[in-house]
Design a protein around this ligand. Structure first.
Ligand SMILES: [Zn+2]
Length: 155
């Protein structure tokens, strides 16, 4: 088989691939991390420095039995800004936000600690729900859930 005279360059950074990006009506190729889901062609930028990478977003919402719709929401995604002057923002990090206000940029270590807090919070919400059920005369019908909570807490 004849070798092509022109070969497509490959990404040099581990965990990255070379993808097309639309910059000021021109197509360039940029290194994009494997976790990035941004279509850098469909979402054009005016300069290469404006390109940021983002993962799929996870979310959790609260609803109320006395009102319609979502009361509060929390989103989490991996992001990186390769042109940032802050090396912590250039690196892959977790961003947690409420959709409004300031984003919480978390190093992987900070995000792990936050996740531990969320697990503890979830256990506390479940404990409160059980107390409310008992107060309303509803017996705890699923003792295996207490065992599941102990396993989550690592106790
Ligand atoms: Zn990307």
């Amino acid at each position: 088989m004849a070798k092509s005279a022109i070969s497509t360059p490959t990404a040099t950074t581990p965990g990255h691939r070379l993808v097309p990006a639309r910059i000021a009506r021109q197509t360039v190729y940029v290194e994009c991390p494997a976790w990035c889901i941004v279509d850098h062609v469909a979402e054009p930028e005016s300069a290469v420095e404006d390109i940021t990478h983002a993962s799929d977003t996870s979310s959790i919402v609260t609803t109320s039995m006395v009102s319609r719709g979502v009361v509060s929401e929390l989103y989490a995604a991996i992001k990186s800004d390769p042109a940032s002057t802050d090396p912590r923002l250039r690196a892959a990090h977790v961003v947690v936000d409420e959709g409004i206000g300031e984003d919480a940029h978390m190093s992987p270590e900070l995000a792990e600690a936050f996740a531990d807090e969320l697990i503890g919070f979830a256990s506390e919400v479940r404990r409160l729900a059980r107390i409310a059920s008992l107060a309303n005369g509803v017996a705890d019908s699923d003792p295996s859930m207490n065992e599941a909570l102990r396993r989550v807490r690592g106790a």
